[in-house]
Design a protein around this ligand. Sequence first.
Ligand SMILES: C[S@@+](CC[C@H](N)C(=O)[O-])C[C@H]1O[C@@H](n2cnc3c(N)ncnc32)[C@H](O)[C@@H]1O
Length: 373
Amino acid sequence: MADNTRLGLAKNAKRDEFYTQYSDIEAEMNAYVEYNPDVFRNKTILLPCDDPEWSNFTKYFANNFERFGLKKLISTSFAKGSGNLQLTLFEMESPLYDEELHDTHGKLFTLTHDTNGSGSIDSDDIEFSGYLKGDGDFRSDEVRALRDESDIIITNPPFSLFREFLCWIMEANKKFIIVANQNAITYKEVFPLLKENKMWLGQGFKSNVGYFSAPMYEDYATAGQHKEGYIRVSGVMWFTNIDLSKRHKFLEMDTLEHNLKYNKKLRKKLESEYGIIEYPHYDNYNAIEVPFTECIPSNYNGVMGVPITFMDKYNPEQFEIVWQASGNTRASAPKSVLKELNYTKHDEDRGGCSVVHGKRTYGRILIRLKKGV
Ligand SMILES: C[S@@+](CC[C@H](N)C(=O)[O-])C[C@H]1O[C@@H](n2cnc3c(N)ncnc32)[C@H](O)[C@@H]1O
């Protein structure tokens, strides 16, 4: 079964119990700290949907508390999450431990200072601050209040509630770094934020493939791709509104003529799909189809449809996002944009997907080069 399909199933079945590796968190956070060494200084970071005994987010930020100059770390767990179900010495040895509340209530952990007198602040100083009034749902009033108290929200949230989770962050106007499925790019709640440069993609997982610890789930990766103890999930990304250098990197491009003449991958694709070596024009949009991000022509001034993974290379100084061509474009795009794109309804477009020679393409982002770049 394809990884994306499995992720879709995970989403439908609300299989949200998979845990991010320490090394992946570290690699991602390094990108922000390299860009701005003070990015976390004097900040309160909230790690919701988490649990320090189960998740590496709390461990990572606790271990780097002093280096980053953090003000406060807050971590909350969800009662129904498997991390919460495990009873650990950490909780049991606390005077706040309550057997009954353990099963039904979320937990609150904080870190602000050197609690054990070791002379430094690290994960040994995390304090179990007691049980939440409810189950730790991020939508509860008490976790909402913790959100409001914080400067930055960082986590791998439940994928099945991703839309709600992002809205929950945006309504409080907070900074964030969160893990998501790449398909979220096209969600009608997400895409406008990307288009308006209110959020962007983070450094990312290697080839957009993540290995997550998920003791409860079976891994369907092929033998060559399987890693013991982990599930392999393709199409995972980090979304953020904190700046990093990747976002300012210019994509190297070749001219339209050179791409058509020398790019073997492009030639093969155009030849096999359309039988002619030229960038095809869509049937329903005034734009051309560019099947690979690497083949975006440097000298085409009109609108181009590119794969959604283009967002991983998107530099707002180089490109303008006009809109997306997807199943919700007709309903969600402003009339002025549809007019600008000269959109005409097509029998095959299922609400606005791009169509070439009567055939729907994969979801596309409609972009154009910025003038003078
Ligand atoms: C993808 S896991 C990630 C866990 C952890 N943040 C990490 O990356 O290691 C998402 C977590 O969110 C929890 N969760 C599910 N629904 C939730 C909700 N409504 N509020 C808070 N947490 C929730 C799940 O139990 C699960 O542990």
